[in-house]
Design a protein around this ligand. Sequence first.
Ligand code: EPU
Length: 446
Amino acid sequence: MEKFIVEGPTKLIGHLMVAGAKNVALKALVASLLTDDTVIIQNVPDIRDVHLMVEVLEHLGKRCDVKKDVITIQNNAPHTCTVPLEVGARLRASSMVLGPLLSRYGKAIIPNPGGCRIGARPIDRHIDGLIAMGATISYASNDGYFHADAKNLHGAEISFEKNTHTGTETLLLAAILAKGTTILHNAAEEIEVDDLISLLNQMGAQIERKGKREIVIEGVEKIHGTTFTIMPDRNEEVTFAVAAIASKGNITVHHSRREYLSAFLDVLEKVGGGFEVIDDDTTRYYYKGPLVATDIVTAIYPGFMTDWQAPWALLMTQAKGESVVHETVFENRFTYVEELKKMGAQILYFDPDVSRPEEYYNFNWKDRPLGTHQAIRIQGPTNLHNAVLSVNDLRAGATLLLAAIIGSGKSYLYGIEQIDRGYEHIEKRLNEIGSHIERVTEDALS
Ligand code: EPU
């Protein structure tokens, strides 16, 4: 077990390079299952979720050679169609192998997908789509596996009831080698989906965005290998932007994709956060004076992303006045709140007045656990201080790490494997620009 010991407060000043997008890298690795040819993926972040996906692919018969940020995937052993529980249950995106396995081999057995503990996160929308394409899928509660079969996966016209990012990608991956045309209505528009589409088309797939939120996939018999460079991680960029401003510092971000951050930059400007365009892919984020409070509501693309709300809430603890953060995509993404309160943050939960919550929220309203709240009120500014903190999900973890950096005194962060799931060598990179973070391995018995 590892923990971070963080000595604050520090200003973060310097240059950071944004790593490749986690939420593309994982799916690009899955795409390699669609062909026997070699697939080379570049700009892959060195993070725990990628390591887990490599394990999944190796169990399924691939060999993955990792050299720095390049992964070369080749056939290695006869394929299998089962993802072991131990790996799959720790990685939500592992369920995406359903598409390639069903379309190529007609069979897939996958554990109930894991990942961040940010709500129930069912995969009913993925499953319904695969069933419409001819799959038979059952969930065996006695072994925790989904058992899926499809003799002939075929195209279908599928309308998602609500947005689903990985659900859209799962059906894309299934439809490429299915017989006939698949039309996805109300498909996700997140830019990471488009990066995956670029890779798949480069491999020979025929995928096209047509109308608003509509994707058309013409099934093909075979696709081939390729070399593809994945886009930078815009969620990491937002984390760095908040790091700069919350610490009253100044960070120049390289490999910036600010063109996909307008929902963030608009509100950053409104609260008085500084950013400067240096060139096409370089942006400087800096503290330019006291911040003012504002309200945000998370939304699907092109709105203010759910992945940004935790770091944003930290920023608002430093702003003058009362801010509101209303989470509409996931039902349980405030696990950092009790931890920030330990550091002195003034935060109260509440439930906004929403007339038809079952339609308004992106998650399934019926899945929401009793006692969960969808919004918080933050009173600022607050001088945060040290605490012993527990990390429950990826973005919450990055937020608490930043809170410990700007808070006074020595903080202890437990559960840091959640941060390692999506941020490459985070303490090394932040220490290079001024933080004092030590990774300590704890003896399980001590
Ligand atoms: N949902 C269902 N049923 C489904 C699918 C989704 O109820 O079949 C609900 C989910 O429980 C959730 C909401 O709908 O409440 C949104 O789910 P979606 O499928 O859009 O999200 P996801 O695919 O599980 C991906 C990213 C998340 C990111 C969201 C939003 C990956 C591996 N994960 O999650 O990234 O927040 O889209 O863009 O791509 C992260 O990087 O930390 C992260 C959580």
